[in-house]
Design a protein around this ligand. Structure first.
Ligand code: GLO
Ligand code: MG
Length: 364
């Protein structure tokens, strides 16, 4: 088993934010973008998740040569800080041309813009030394079903994936599914959809998924089962651990803060599958509370990481022989009590019982 320190952690610069929400302005002055890199190591992170324009600002106004030069400059900052870029994601939800989506827009020129941003993102990934393109398909969906031809939209998404695989014969494409927000209904809402696209693509080995806890919860699904599905197909390229309190806007709460047991189960599934042993990152995608004072606010990152480490310990001290005995006896009441008391740090007396109520010795 790996020690907790052998996990590698990443977050994106957007996770250090100014605290604006749709109901009010920034509550903290912006922390200069390029000074954020210096915070990573001391917070316990080594990977940087990037949007294309986190690397190259004002990307639409720049030539390919300017984009490459700017990307190389950021790469040298990363090298100096001892950081690695985890992925680059085209930010296809900000520009005027992506108001109605990128790859699935009804406008041919907007689709062309989305493709060009995708090419630029792959070029940037190559310059900074990342082998992965993340597609969070933010606006690839509809607010009303009649707005787009959904079958055509799915065909267009697959066509774009194939185009990207052809454009670069090494890049991996990691799809980050999310069921809603900013659209009412997003295409590719779950990891099942993403894995289906991977298998349908020209090079299934290079198309994988990135599962965010909150996105699975927003789809009404259990994040650990979603992770298990991807792992069973060897398609879990990365995770965005965070949390979510019920079905509402995407909250990006601190990992384990709302659903402790679900968080335990995510780590239980990741650990059992040896996730991370091929260098996969544990990514966080957490937002600071708007109420938090200070500049920059980073407690949400360090606290989430701390909870991750605590839960790794909980997974490693979890008695799997006991679990097996409870399963054998089909005593899931007993198993649940064991799990709950284990998480609470309560001394456990519970053991599986036979249908007659006798305590099974194997589990004692
Ligand atoms: C939003 C997503 C977003 C992505 C990021 C990388 O809900 O989680 O934060 O992770 O854009 O693609
Ligand atoms: Mg995310």
């Amino acid at each position: 088993m790996k020690s907790p320190s052998s996990y590698r952690f990443s977050f994106g610069p957007w996770n250090i934010s100014e605290g604006a929400d749709p109901f009010g302005p920034e509550v903290r002055p912006a922390y200069p973008h390029e000074q954020k890199y210096a915070l990573y190591k001391s917070l316990g992170f080594e990977g940087v998740q990037f949007h294309d324009d986190d690397v190259v600002t004002d990307i639409d106004a720049k030539s390919p040569a300017q984009i490459a030069a700017e990307a190389r400059r950021i790469k040298s900052i990363l090298d100096n800080e001892g950081l690695v870029p985890e992925f680059v994601a085209p930010r296809l939800w900000f520009a005027e041309q992506t108001v109605d989506g990128g790859y699935t827009s009804n406008s041919a020129s907007d689709r062309q813009y989305a493709w060009e941003r995708t090419q630029k993102s792959i070029d940037i990934a190559n310059e900074i030394g990342s082998g992965a393109l993340v597609l969070w398909l933010a606006r690839e969906g509809t607010y009303i079903r009649e707005a787009k031809d959904a079958k055509l939209a799915y065909e267009r998404i697959l066509e774009t994936i194939n185009r990207a695989l052809e454009y670069d014969d090494k890049i991996e494409i990691w799809i980050e599914p999310k069921p809603n927000e900013p659209t009412d209904q997003a295409y590719v809402p779950t990891i099942g959809h993403a894995v289906a696209l991977a298998y349908a693509s020209q090079d299934p080995n290079r198309v994988k998924g990135l599962i965010e806890t909150a996105h699975a919860q927003l789809a009404g699904l259990d994040p650990s089962d979603e992770m298990a599905f991807a792992l069973a197909h060897d398609k879990l390229a990365s995770v965005h651990l965070n949390d979510q309190n019920g079905l509402k806007y995407d909250q990006d709460k601190n990992f384990a803060s709302s659903n402790l047991r679900a968080a335990f189960n995510q780590i239980r599934v990741l650990e059992a599958a040896g996730y991370g042993s091929r260098g996969e990152f544990i990514g966080l995608d957490v937002k600071a509370m708007r109420t938090q004072k200070g500049v920059p606010v980073t407690e949400h990152l360090s606290n989430s990481l701390r909870m991750f480490h605590h839960l790794v310990e909980k997974v490693r001290s979890y008695d799997t022989a006991k679990e097996a005995a409870f399963r054998e006896a089909r005593d899931y009441e007993g198993l649940e009590l064991y799990v709950m008391e284990h998480l609470m740090g309560v001394h456990q007396a519970s053991s599986p019982s036979t249908p007659n109520g006798e305590v099974l010795s194997a589990a004692q």
